[in-house]
Design a protein around this ligand. Structure first.
Ligand code: GRF
Length: 190
């Protein structure tokens, strides 16, 4: 399975995939290309350090050049790993049920436009929830909307702060993302 990973920020989920491939926890999988809409994304440094072809594409280019890059790098499965933009229809149509997103909450709650990064966890804490979690779902034309593939709950502990919660959820994200990719790589192999 050749992955195309879209990123906008830190890239800790990208790094989790790289590590899982390097340790052979994730087999029959490689990352063909990393695409970012943000030139300052730390994720780009992680891609470079791992010798993965990486590109920065701004809005119009994202629409017209991303698909040809995915084709050029023979990508057959796409991961949105902290990518803050919507994908254009041509990509959605080219990869039916082959694009997933990871979200740091239990969708459908705490998702949608503007609900990303720290804001998600702030809203969860403000909402007085006793649990949050991680969702991996297929991507459609709406933010955080496609069919849910897997969810894992994360309890909120009495003295949780924004920082402690973000950290704990991220650990779960990294594991779940690798687990889900394992399943897809096995399916694609058959
Ligand atoms: C993660 O919380 C992910 O669930 C969300 O954006 C964050 C990205 O983190 N979509 P990172 O860039 O992978 O460190």
């Amino acid at each position: 399975m050749i992955l195309g990973v879209f990123v906008s920020g830190n890239g800790s989920n990208l790094q989790a995939i790289i590590d899982a491939i390097n340790s052979s926890e994730l087999t029959n999988t490689e990352i063909g290309v990393v695409i970012s809409n943000n030139s300052r994304a730390k994720a780009l440094d992680k891609a470079k350090a791992a010798n993965i072809p990486n590109y920065i594409l701004y809005s119009t280019d994202m629409k017209y050049k991303a698909l040809s890059l995915l084709n050029e790098h023979k990508v057959d499965f796409i991961v949105l790993a902290g990518f803050l933009k919507k994908l254009c229809n041509t990509i959605l149509e080219a990869y039916p049920e082959r694009i997933i997103n990871i979200h740091p909450a239990l969708l459908p709650k705490y998702g949608g436009k503007g609900m990303y990064g720290q804001r998600v966890h702030e809203a969860v804490l403000k909402g007085g929830e006793v649990k949050t979690g991680v969702t991996i779902h297929y991507v459609d034309g709406l933010y955080d909307h496609g069919k849910i593939i897997r969810q894992v709950k994360v309890p909120i502990i009495k003295n949780d702060t924004l920082e402690t919660l973000i950290k704990r959820v991220l650990v779960v994200e990294h594991k779940l993302l690798v687990d889900v990719l394992k399943t897809f790589s096995e399916e694609l192999e058959d």
